[in-house]
Design a protein around this ligand. Sequence first.
Ligand code: B3K
Ligand code: ZN
Length: 892
Amino acid sequence: MRTDTLPTISRHDYQPYPYQIEKVRLEFDLAAEQTLVRLAFRARSQDGQIHPMVLDGEDIELLEVSINGVTLTAQDYQLNEQGLTLSPQQPEFDLVLVSRCRPQDNTMLMGLYVSGQNLFTQCEAQGFRRITFFPDRPDVMARYEVVLRADATLYPYLLSNGNLLSSTLLEDGRTQAVWEDPFPKPAYLFALVAGDFDVREREIVKANGHPALLQVYCDRGDGDKTEWAMECLEHSVRWDEQRFGLELDLDRFMIVAARDFNMGAMENKGLNIFNAAYVLADAQSTTDASFHAVEAVIGHEYFHNWTGNRVTCRDWFQLSLKEGLTVFRDQEFSADMLAKGLDGAQAASARAVKRIDDVSVLRAAQFPEDAGPMAHPIRPESYQEISNFYTATIYEKGAEVIRMQHTLLGEDNFQAGIREYFKRHDGQAVTCDDFVDSMDSVYRQAKPGHSLEQFRRWYQQAGTPRVQVSLQHDPATQTATLTLRQSNAPAGIENKSTPKPPLHIPFALGMLDQQGQPLTLHLDEHQGDTLVLDFTEVEQSWTFSQIPDAPVLSLLRNFSAPVRVDYYRPDSELALLARHDTDPFARWEAAQLLASRLILSAASGRAPSAAQLATVVQTWHALVQDPVLSPAYKARILSLPSERELLEQTQPMTPRAVVQARRQLQRELGLALTPYWQELYQYLSLEQAPYSPDALQAGQRSLRNLALNYLLVAGVNTGTQLARNQYDQASNMTDRMGALSALVNYGDAQDRQDGLDDFFQRWQDNPLVLDRWFSLQATAPGTQVAQVRALMLHPAFSLRNPNRARSLIFQFCINNMQAVHTPEGYDFWAEQVIALDKLNPEISARLARVFDNWARFEPEARDPLKAALERIQAEPGLSGNVAEIVHKALTL
Ligand code: B3K
Ligand code: ZN
């Protein structure tokens, strides 16, 4: 399919489906080579009139179709590559349809496919049409009864959504299972799994007193790695009961791990299917970061049961309705888990660690998206290929937009808004406006004279707003006047001449005195350490009283809105905030800004002054010695901003210069503070409690690994020995991987090779760990394209397995800036986009996006990147997925 012929779908063209389908019966005769699907339902016209019935269908074979028991002939319907159109003669009729699909040939991993020896489905967004002909759109909701038949030896487990009604052995030696899902759902939430598994089970009692069975399925032999997943699932159930008052509505909830999976996981009703990377975990083979990722993804999919499944999207433009809200919920879940058992400042600092990590992701992934050719509002206006719109904007910015509503309403009112949302819309397919309406009804009551009307612009406008800050202090009146000015430039392919109206930005602010002591803010009748300003105009000022001396501003506390802040202030002020700000997020931010400034100025060719460097070193010195900070927080505040975040701030973007300048500062800090890193390392090596991924231990390990990295990057002799010992003696993957990556990134060639060889020997049979072995090499500073090509010839490499392709090819293209930004690097990227596209267009389009912002790079990168994009575009038979990305990138 070519871009110029790909239809663009517009939000405003929405039309309801003309028929209602209450109940669907699906029968499957399952086999990897070919699967027969029999679909039966009764359709009733919504308005009593007769309409053509459009059924989506893709890559499947129609064998038979009948209406009211009468088999149709080819003249009775229209069949093409997109599906089947019927011309019924009555407004109400029974339809039966038999079709065939071929799971074994399905390399796209959408619809019914084979992974290992097992069969899995993936239907969101438009995979159901690859299983059977159906109105594959989220607003057609039906109750499903599913009959599965398959060879009992190959497929002893036959799973689908809802409750198991019966399981029988058939006369022909096959098994048959019948499942019924009591809740109406759109086709994208349908799932089936057939295969042989290890199963872990836990019976729980729900808050309503009823029992429920939780199950985690994985490949045979991996069953000992699902204990953490089960823990996380139970925590998720409890958390949703306690914080949101939402209960599990089924008797059984299943998670199944798949080795081949396009993304993280999928929230199919009662039968979540997961990428094995987000299920399997044990201390030996899994890092702390992965333990937390498992927790976040299990929470996310479980929380979808209400926000996504019970109330779903009317159309795919509303995707953020479920994704933004569910990401917000999983972020809060993880933060609550980190803060469990703590209170006061300790709890705030634990939660801040999660906030810092989330904001870092937003800045590294979403800000660039919002400044590039794929920029779109969290509720897009149009798309060509919906699978290209599972973006950082829909997810991460979408979560920020929910978080701002939470900030404006406060926890209690926000929860009242959620209750209102379910009261109005349970069982329906709705829009983002419906969600905001529910919140707004509570907001208007709680804050008379206010509404969320202006706030809705966050759903309409793309681009990252900029907020310019200025401050005027008047010692005579002891007042400080803060002025904020917002600018919302057009983003991506938007019409550049259309001015954008101001957004409603909740702007959280604090102030410190010149000694770093917190000031109480007095504004009209409000007072407090932190005030959230309702910033709604293009320019707006607030005057605070009782401020005798010029204050130090602590801006956008806890990152209260997804904006960029422009405020000029001397390094000394940032240093003060980095040491004293009581808001842990703003404190971290100040340290990051201090380091960023230095790195960015070095990257642009201006050598930092001795004083500038001294300020950074002194700040890091104070922080490394701070006795109060938690280890996890300390590890964040002492880390330098990521290469990607830094790159995003250069104009034009100069990747290689950024990498070098960042590395230089790392080295300076390593050298200047060597004794402190050594001391920290030794101190943190004393603790030898049995492994747990909890916040304290994980924080200690990450801080210890950070110290190790500073020692190695500075070339401190003892560092290499420490890393070798740590690698050899490690009792968990975080320590082992921390040591190995320090050696691979900063050690000599011999250490690097020895480490990698040993690691391969130990872990060659564990695919998830082997992914790390590939990633580590893909991102190592010395790795060039030739080595990546050699690794692609390794017997363990396969382009068909998305995790493996991501671990080597994506990691190289995204995170090895030195090597990918070369003529060979760009050729390699284009070649891999083309190769992947033939197998799996969804994954290929993700790789294509890595350089969709080519136009923002320095000239020596820009021209060859453009040529590489043109080469991709010229490829015959390019998928619609990649075509959309490349077309948008080139027409900017
Ligand atoms: N809803 C799925 C994403 C499906 C993506 C399909 N291309 C996972 C999630 O967000 O929970
Ligand atoms: Zn989701």
